[in-house]
Design a protein. Structure first.
Length: 650
């Protein structure tokens, strides 16, 4: 009935007698449906789940320099097919994926010539679509100037969005770098700080949840954002001219035929959002891995000791610390070229090899498009110098690089990401990006891609007490629902120091519990994790916490959503091999206070599959470890700024 009402509204709105036949594509289970609507020479779509509308009739189309493909269109052909694919990927939330979807491609003409296809894919959780543009007579290339792609949501929708920062603002004019706070349960109809919102974008409707993002972006397109329009409508936005100090166009150069990235819409219960694999389902590897890349845990001194810690003796101490923890690496951060030097880095690498510990090296992405002074710089944006340094790294056994301060989503910048990844693979290097854009299916597209920051990350805990005060609310109970859903997130957290300072007695003070630190090691997914631990933690942190962080995996085989609400609390289960980890954290916003203002813990009864645990489980809660009998229902009480973890009892 609801579907018929929407159709009637569309008929009245456009004054047409009928719509194009064969315009519906359903998920394999029949619960999710995308309708393609053709009316008055224009094209639209809408999305239903369980008969409820999640995306109301919304315009589609692109504008290029060789044609406006938003109007005066004719439907030439509609074809459908079933998509069935299985793949393995060690470095995402689900190591084995069986992807099933139904696909519909609508071929569109203008003045009798085939100019564009719109392809829809509908799986049991996700709707995805993209445009493919075709040559126009003898014209075999074009400039994509904008998209009409729109997402019109029900008016009662609320949002959980991260505003896009104004270009050339923030530290050393390095914005935008996807490092802003998420709003929680805010009304729709806004446009952030005037610049839209960064992907992914989470919404709550009266019927369920909806996550909008994109995937498959490479050097052939721009990274997009979501522009808020009046009422409850959002539209795809291209980069702004001021990004990267004005370097590069905001439009797309495209050879024809050519396809855009996929726009993705995940809908339904929160389990669909958390467990989706749509960023990787829709893409393919762009090249073969040059070697078998190994992931794992590591340490880094900068989060506690800042720039001054980047010296030979301190990095050697951190190598010893990583070895004591059984970790794979140490991340040597900014200024290593000046404060340690290439020759002594090679010496550190040789020393680390004797301990079974490798190095990651930090690089500035550029020397021209922002004011970030940290070095080494002017290397990663220069092909010859980049490859020269990468050759040196391979010769000295360096594991990977962390490249920082990108500050833009233009096609020229997206091509730089791709060029760095491609060259790094040739030299056997893993790549982490910071101060950067969102990864868009990159774990599968680029086999040596490890992770991206693209979030307000742990460095802010060192820089501001306010960030520490709100860590559980803004990070622990938000990122598993938003940023980390669509890609590996290099947060750099799980600190056990009480203070973010090398002496552990001054500086910003951590407000979260030690168990919270353990829980986020499970909740925050990244195949390479550089934890915010310090050598003193071997002496001043609880033995049970150190033991846990020695053993916790960084690669997972399965994820399940258990319970939670963005900004309040989150409970997830992750499986590595046959071992399950159930982890949760709690924000102060989720608890109530008694008449004396004392916060009471959040009381939860969790329903877990009995198969997760056999006999007894180990429960980390309230800074102690106890054994609990495994059962289908587990009761826990999480304190504000705290959490819990359950693992199989050993």
């Amino acid at each position: 009935m609801k579907k018929k009402i929407i159709y009637a509204v569309m008929l009245a709105l456009f004054g047409v007698a009928s719509m194009h036949a064969g315009n519906v594509v359903k998920s394999p289970d029949g619960r999710l449906m995308a309708d393609f609507i053709f009316a008055g020479g224009r094209v639209y779509y809408q999305v239903f789940y369980n008969g409820n509308i999640y995306v109301e009739p919304s315009p589609l189309g692109v504008v290029t320099n060789i044609g406006d493909y938003t109007a005066d269109l004719q439907v030439q052909e509609v074809t459908t097919r079933e998509v069935r694919e299985s793949y393995e990927l060690r470095n995402i939330k689900q190591s084995h994926v069986d992807y099933r979807a139904n696909e519909m491609t609508v071929s569109l003409a203008q003045q009798g010539q085939h100019v564009m296809d719109i392809t829809f894919r509908v799986s049991n959780r996700d709707v995805a679509f993209r445009y493919t543009l075709h040559p126009k007579k003898e014209t075999r290339c074009c400039i994509v100037q904008s998209e009409a792609t729109t997402f019109k949501l029900p008016k009662t929708t609320t949002s959980f969005l991260a505003p896009q920062a104004k270009p050339m603002t923030g530290f050393a004019r390095t914005a935008p770098s996807y490092e802003t706070r998420y709003g929680i349960n805010e009304p729709v109809g806004k446009n952030g700080w005037g610049n839209g919102y960064t992907f992914p974008c989470l919404f709550r409707t009266t019927e369920g949840w909806l996550l909008i993002s994109e995937t498959g972006t490479d050097g052939g397109y721009v990274g997009c954002r979501l522009l808020g329009e009046p009422v409850s409508q959002y539209k795809i936005g291209f980069p702004q001219q001021a990004e990267n100090n004005g370097y590069g166009p905001t439009t797309v150069q495209m050879a024809l035929p050519g396809s855009t990235p996929w726009r993705t819409i995940t809908v339904g219960p929160m389990s669909n959002i958390i467990e989706t694999t749509v960023p990787w389902d829709l893409v393919e590897p762009k090249y073969k891995a040059s070697r078998n890349y190994e992931y794992g845990k590591g340490s880094w001194s900068w989060i506690i000791g800042m720039d001054g810690s980047c010296n030979f003796d301190e990095q050697k101490r951190y190598i010893d610390f990583s070895a004591a923890m059984g970790y794979r690496s140490v991340l040597v951060d900014a200024l290593w070229d000046k404060q340690i030097g290439y020759d002594r880095i090679a010496e550190l690498a040789r020393y680390g090899k004797t301990k079974g510990v490798g190095l990651y090296l930090w690089y500035n992405s550029n020397g021209a498009w922002n004011d970030a002074p940290q070095s080494p710089k002017g290397i990663m944006d220069n092909t010859a110098r980049r490859r020269q340094d990468m050759k040196w790294m391979r010769e000295n056994g360096i594991l990977g690089i962390k490249v920082d301060f990108f500050g833009g989503d233009k096609q020229t910048t997206m091509k730089l990401y791709e060029d760095i990844l491609t060259d790094a693979n040739e030299y056997g290097l893993l790549v982490i990006f910071h101060g950067c854009t969102l990864p868009r299916g990159w774990e599968r597209m680029y086999p040596n891609y490890a992770a991206s920051e693209a979030v307000l990350a742990s460095e802010n805990l060192h820089f501001g007490q306010g960030f520490c005060d709100n860590e559980a609310r803004d990070c622990g109970t938000m990122y598993p629902f938003t940023r980390n859903v669509v890609g590996s997130m290099d947060f750099g957290g799980s600190a056990l120091n009480k203070f973010y300072n090398a002496d552990n007695r001054r500086g910003t003070q951590r407000k979260t519990s030690d168990v919270y630190a353990l829980a986020t090691a499970v909740l925050f997914q990244s195949a390479v994790q550089h934890f915010a631990l310090a050598p003193n933690n071997l002496e001043d942190a609880p033995d049970w916490a150190i033991d846990f962080l020695k053993k916790v995996p960084t690669t997972w085989d399965e994820v399940r959503f258990i319970d939670g609400y963005p900004g309040k609390y989150i409970v997830l289960a992750r499986r590595s091999g046959t071992k399950w980890y159930v982890a949760g954290v709690c924000s102060p916003d989720a608890v109530v206070r008694d008449r004396n203002g004392v916060a009471e813990p959040l009381k939860l009864t969790l329903e877990l599959p009995v198969s997760m645990f056999d006999g007894y489980a180990k429960l980390y809660l309230n800074d102690k470890v106890t054994a609990v009998k495994a059962s289908k229902k587990i009761k826990v009480e999480m304190p504000a700024n705290g959490g819990f973890v359950m693992t199989q009892y050993e």
